[in-house]
Design a protein around this ligand. Structure first.
Ligand code: ACM
Ligand code: ZN
Length: 541
């Protein structure tokens, strides 16, 4: 069994071994020389020697172009003499290098004199073109090192989209030159509701942080080198509390408030989440256009995420500006006003060469532009998404039950993530219309790298296989066997993860208890148990 995650679409082992020593030579078609250099770098990191580049196809390792191979696909053929990698473009050759890292165990061996792998033939290509992770840097700011470590693991697992949730009620994390108060005011808050939904106890430690535009550019180009596109999300018109704290005129009633500490809108929080950007004032659009202008330069991706989720209409209902616009444009209600708002932003984005993505709530408006991509997250079935898909529009799937990685494993088990298929969620239309899948790491309760790692690994590995490997080639038992051999890589890299014994808790009472505790008072209960299990494992108690 080849121990590769995500599993290739086709692989066969052959007789013999291919070995890499300090005398091994490498040739690459100039179009694939970037991938060649990555392979040389990986070998050097593991073994301490640099392979020699040669200009002849007689080399032992060869990167060749074959125009017939799909964009991110590759083939890999190894016998006792040669390793030949073919791809039509550099992305596929880059992924072949990731496969090579797993086959030769470059991640695990300590300064070996040589590397070896089975003779084999692999023909591989991704199932979905969009293979994403959402990272929430708004609720807690994590910083460039954490994002780069995340990107490293994403590339290793052949994921190619970082959906970066950079703004929310609890913080604005990206420098905008034209609106400095977004950082001066919006990037810090006095404390944090740190336990969980129902428990409103506050940790009164100030929390702050933001990315300068220079840091953003550096991270975006770091990602691009690993075939990862970074899509920014500026959530609007709701989840804008931090922006409104900085610029009260963005809200319907020019509401003065501090950057919210408590998550969500409840009577105890004076319905803080009800305060959203005013769709009736022209100045709101000017503000958003200005932000898009700056971000379009920083993020070359042809997509832009506007959030659009969880927008209560309480403020719009009583706002003279919003109501006047509804009358002027002949809109039916506040949902149609959000549709009007979204369409205006979509048109502006289109002028910048960007396609708009929004959470599936945006489909409530009947008037939405057809080019918009809906991202399906709600745990409840949403017939609007099913209809949107059936009528030939595009969606991305981040269904809560399978892909919300901030939830306890007792609720969203690893098996449920792994066994995702669109059909299970009523998505039966042309598969081409589903651009891909995304795992989401929201960070309301996740302030440390250790906790990020626990929630994310090995869910990222399961996600990568859903995103990459066709459903008919996936099998959960087989995945768990491969995972067992893969986890030492995480150990070696000092990356934490949820212990295998806790990935699919069977006891329904225990599961229910953890899920109840998560919602009521303590998001950390499962994590704390995991730490005990890990400690026992480490000391073999
Ligand atoms: C979401 O979880 N509100 C997209
Ligand atoms: Zn308004």
């Amino acid at each position: 069994m080849l121990n590769i995650i995500p599993k290739p679409q086709y692989a066969e082992e052959r007789l013999g071994e291919f070995t890499v020593t300090r005398d091994t030579t490498v040739f690459a078609d100039p179009r694939l020389s970037y991938a060649r250099d990555r392979l040389i770098e990986e070998v050097e990191k593991a073994c301490g020697f640099r392979l020699q580049v040669v200009e002849t196809k007689q080399a032992a390792i060869r990167f060749l172009v074959d125009k017939h191979i799909p964009k991110e696909g590759y083939t890999m053929e190894a016998d006792t003499e040669r390793l030949t990698i073919t791809a039509s473009a550099v992305a596929g050759a880059f992924y072949a290098v990731q496969t090579f890292r797993l086959l030769t165990l470059t991640e695990l061996l300590d300064s070996p004199e040589m590397l070896s792998m089975h003779a084999l033939y692999i023909k591989d290509e991704p199932e979905y073109e969009y293979r994403g992770i959402l990272f929430d840097d708004a609720r807690y700011f994590h910083g460039p090192d954490t994002v780069k470590a995340l990107l490293d693991m994403m590339a290793f697992n052949k994921l190619n989209v970082l959906h970066w949730h950079l703004t929310d009620n609890e913080g604005w994390r990206i420098e905008i030159k034209k609106y400095p108060k977004l950082i001066d005011i919006g990037s810090r808050r006095r404390g944090s509701q740190h336990i969980a939904w129902g428990n409103r106890s506050i940790d009164w430690t100030e929390h702050e942080g933001f990315y300068t535009q220079k840091e953003i550019q550096e991270i975006v180009s770091y990602a691009a080198r690993m075939n990862i596109m970074v899509i920014p999300e500026i959530d609007m018109p709701a989840h804008m509390g931090a922006a409104i704290a900085a610029y009260p005129e963005l809200s319907c009633g020019d509401i003065h408030m501090e950057v919210p500490i408590i998550h969500g809108a409840t009577p105890e929080t004076n319905g803080i989440g009800d305060v959203i950007a005013c769709a009736g004032k022209e100045s709101t659009y000017k503000f958003i256009y200005d932000i898009i202008d700056e971000l379009s330069v920083l993020f070359p991706a042809p997509y832009f995420h506007i959030g659009g989720d969880e927008a209560p209409k309480k403020e719009w209902k009583k706002c003279p500006h919003c109501q006047a616009l509804i009358r002027e444009k002949g809109l039916k209600d506040e949902e149609e006003l959000q549709g009007y708002f979204n369409n205006k932003i979509a048109v502006y984005l289109e002028r910048k060469g960007k396609r708009m993505i929004g959470w599936n709530e945006i489909l409530k408006a009947r008037t939405l532009d057809n080019s918009v991509i809906a991202e399906y997250w709600t745990p409840q079935r949403d017939p609007n998404v099913e209809n949107y898909l059936m009528s030939g529009r595009n969606i991305i799937v981040a269904k809560h039950q399978a892909f919300y990685f901030d939830m306890p494993y007792a609720q969203n088990t690893l098996k449920r993530t792994y066994e995702f298929t669109p059909e299970k969620y009523g998505l039966n239309a042309d598969p081409e219309r589903i651009l891909g899948v995304e795992g989401t790491l929201w960070s309301e309760w996740i302030s440390t790298d250790e906790r990020i790692q626990y929630q994310l690994y090995p869910r990222m590995q399961a996600l990568s296989e859903v995103a990459w490997t066709k459903a008919e080639n996936r099998n959960y038992r087989d995945f768990r066997l491969r995972l067992k051999k893969y986890l030492p890589i995480l150990d070696k890299r000092n990356i934490g993860y949820c212990p295998p014994s806790m990935l699919d808790p069977k006891n329904p009472l225990k599961r229910a208890k953890i899920c109840r505790a998560f919602v009521k008072s303590n998001a950390h209960i499962e994590y704390n148990r995991a730490l005990v299990v890990q400690k026992r494992r480490r000391y073999k108690l």
